[in-house]
Design a protein around this ligand. Structure first.
Ligand SMILES: [Zn+2]
Ligand SMILES: [Zn+2]
Ligand SMILES: [Zn+2]
Ligand SMILES: [Zn+2]
Length: 161
C-alpha cells in the first residue's frame, strides 16, 4: 500500500513502504527511502512492524543483493532457483517490495498432507518434513501421535524416566 513512491507533495522523502517521513534511511539493496526502524523490532517476537527489517528479510530484492547476484532480481535465475515457487512469488510480490514481480510464475498451492487444507507458506503456521506439510491443527495432532509412538516404543518405562 505505498502511497506515491518517492517524494511527497512537499518534496520531502517518504518511506516507500508506509509513507512516513520521519527517521528515514536508504536501503542498501535498492537505494529507496525506508523507515530507519529496526530498533522497533523485539527479538524473537516475529512481529512485522519494521519496514526496514521486512524489506531486508522478506524480499528477493534484499536477498539478491545480500547474496551478491549480478543483474536485476526480477530476472535472476539464482533467486528463482533458491526458493520454492510459492515463497519465490511471495518474496517478489508482498507489500514489503517497492516494485513487484510483474509476471510471477504459477504454482500449485501447498496442501496439508493430512486434511488437504491449503496452507499459505508465507503467512500461516505449518510444519513440514521432506515432501509433507501439515497445517497448524494437524501439526499438533501429528506431534501428539509422535509422542505416543515414542512412549509406546519405550515399553513399560514411565515416559518421564
Ligand atoms: Zn516505513
Ligand atoms: Zn531493496
Ligand atoms: Zn538473485
Ligand atoms: Zn491439516
Amino acid at each position: 500500500m505505498a502511497k506515491g513512491i518517492g517524494k511527497s507533495s512537499s518534496g520531502k522523502p517518504r518511506c516507500g513502504l508506509c509513507g512516513k517521513t520521519r527517521r528515514l534511511t536508504k536501503t542498501d539493496c535498492c537505494g529507496n527511502w525506508i523507515c530507519d526502524d529496526e530498533h522497533k523490532y523485539v527479538i524473537f517476537s516475529y512481529a512485522r512492524n519494521s519496514c526496514h527489517r521486512n524489506h531486508r528479510r522478506y524480499t528477493l530484492c534484499a536477498s539478491h543483493h545480500n547474496e551478491g547476484h549480478p543483474g536485476d532480481w526480477k530476472d535472476c535465475p539464482e533467486c528463482r532457483g533458491s526458493f520454492e515457487t510459492e515463497m519465490y512469488v511471495w518474496y517478489g510480490t508482498n507489500e514489503y517490495n517497492f516494485t513487484k514481480l510483474e509476471n510471477p510464475p504459477d504454482y500449485e498451492p501447498t496442501r496439508c498432507s493430512r486434511c488437504g487444507t491449503v496452507i499459505k507458506l508465507a503467512t500461516e503456521a505449518y510444519s513440514s518434513l521432506g515432501e509433507q506439510y501439515w497445517c497448524e491443527e494437524c501439526s499438533q495432532i501429528e506431534m501428539q501421535e509422535r509422542v505416543h509412538r515414542i512412549k509406546r516404543s519405550r515399553g513399560r518405562r514411565s515416559p518421564r524416566a
